[in-house]
Design a protein around this ligand. Structure first.
Ligand SMILES: Nc1ncnc2c1ncn2[C@@H]1O[C@H](COP(=O)(O)OP(=O)(O)OP(=O)(O)O)[C@@H](O)[C@H]1O
Ligand SMILES: [Mg+2]
Length: 365
């Protein structure tokens, strides 16, 4: 068997001439937890629905477990979907909801009961089988929806914002439960979310989408710490973006220049491909990489804002007209105080600036 659970090539979906998904290529390995992350309207659900067979592609191919699934109906694909709104049957008991897919597949009652009980244990709901969905909490309902998708033993689970309706605390709890379950059962997950923290906490790999296309993909740390574009840098969390010009190549580095620090060099591996001498770029530095204090080579600044955030304190620092945001675990600096700011060389990535326009229909929630 192929190690590839899903292979998508040149996938396009047009709605009335507008491409909601625009030439997407992606691969999900067997046993991998892959997240599709991006703003509202960027094409995540449409991509997932095409893989699940609920939507047919305008162009491109989808292979699941090495098999071309074009023309294969959703219930004949080795996939199962979990939706944000659970979509449980309100008149059926929890156990019957879970066993529903087995009934559709003609499995006998005794066997259905046995497997539903088993799944109730897996999702930590043993003893809840006789209840109706209305008698459960949101988190419990979501676990029933998960059990219902898992009971048919899919090769790939497609999850579309499954925790979107839950409040923050339960959501975090469910995140770890989901992650543990995926590991324990060795399942392949393709998980859609617009929440970057959720994607980073759970995934083996993240595919960031923007305007129907893939903006960047990689392991969470890579996408977060080595963004390639202003869009990805901003979407994954707060980021300092300093206007910079590329000066020259000096293999294996790139020499760049900006008003804040003058000339500096960045390893080519941290520079977006396509950036060449004379190009405008942005030097991206995460707030938590900025240190405050009088270190050798630090830039003089003044604290203009300080907010206590619990685990960290966020500082806005004026450095000769520009502002830099720093997030420190502890620093005694107060508003109005002169401070030096400094960052390690490997905290900098050179990214491509956004064109300034938002793709049609896309918004950040
Ligand atoms: N059936 C449809 N007919 C016409 N346009 C559609 C249809 N489904 C989706 N679209 C459009 O395709 C684009 C992508 O939609 P999609 O639902 O895939 O986005 P998404 O990334 O899942 O967003 P969200 O985070 O809001 O769920 C949007 O502009 C949307 O309006
Ligand atoms: Mg969606």
């Amino acid at each position: 068997m192929s190690t590839r659970a899903i292979e998508v090539r040149g996938l396009v979906k047009k709605f009335g001439g507008v491409a909601a998904v625009d030439h997407v290529d992606l691969t999900v390995e067997r046993g991998e937890f892959l997240s599709l992350l991006g703003p509202s309207g960027c094409g995540k659900t449409t991509t997932l629905r095409m893989i699940g067979g609920l939507e047919s592609p305008t162009e491109g191919s989808i292979h699941i477990g090495g098999r071309d699934v074009s023309g294969v109906s959703p219930n004949r694909r080795p996939t199962s979907m979990v939706f944000q709104d659970y979509a449980l049957f309100p008149h059926m008991s929890v156990a019957d909801n879970i066993a529903f897919g087995l009934k559709m597949r003609g499995i006998a009652l005794a066997e259905r009961r046995r497997r539903a009980e088993e799944m109730l244990e897996v999702v930590n709901l043993a003893g809840f089988g006789a209840r109706k969905p209305a008698q459960l909490s949101g988190g419990q309902r979501q676990r029933v929806a998960l059990a219902r998708s898992l009971v048919v033993e899919p090769d790939v689970l497609l999850l579309d914002e499954p925790l979107g309706a839950l409040d923050a605390l339960i959501r975090r709890q469910m995140q770890s439960e989901l992650h543990r379950l995926q590991r324990r059962l060795g399942l392949t997950f393709m998980y859609v979310t617009h929440d970057q923290e959720e994607a980073m906490a759970m995934s083996d790999r993240i595919v960031v989408m923007h305007g129907g296309r893939i903006a960047q993909e990689g392991v969470p740390e890579d996408v977060y710490r080595r963004p390639r574009s202003e869009f990805v840098a901003r979407f994954l969390g707060e980021c300092n973006l300093i206007p910079t010009t590329i000066v020259k190549r000096e293999a294996p580095a790139i020499v760049a220049e900006n008003a804040l620090v003058g000339r500096f060099s960045v390893p080519a591996t941290r520079v977006a491909s396509g950036l060449g001498p004379g190009d405008r770029a942005l030097a991206a530095i995460r707030p938590e990489d900025i240190r405050l204090g009088d270190l050798p080579g630090s830039i003089p600044g003044k604290v203009v804002e300080r907010s206590y955030l619990g685990a960290r304190t966020r500082y806005v620092i004026d450095v000769g007209g520009a502002t830099i945001v720093a997030a420190e675990q502890s620093s005694g600096a107060t508003v109005g105080e002169e401070v030096g700011i400094w960052w390690p060389e490997d905290a900098v990535s050179l990214v491509t600036p956004d064109s300034g326009s938002t793709p049609a229909g896309e918004t950040r929630r």
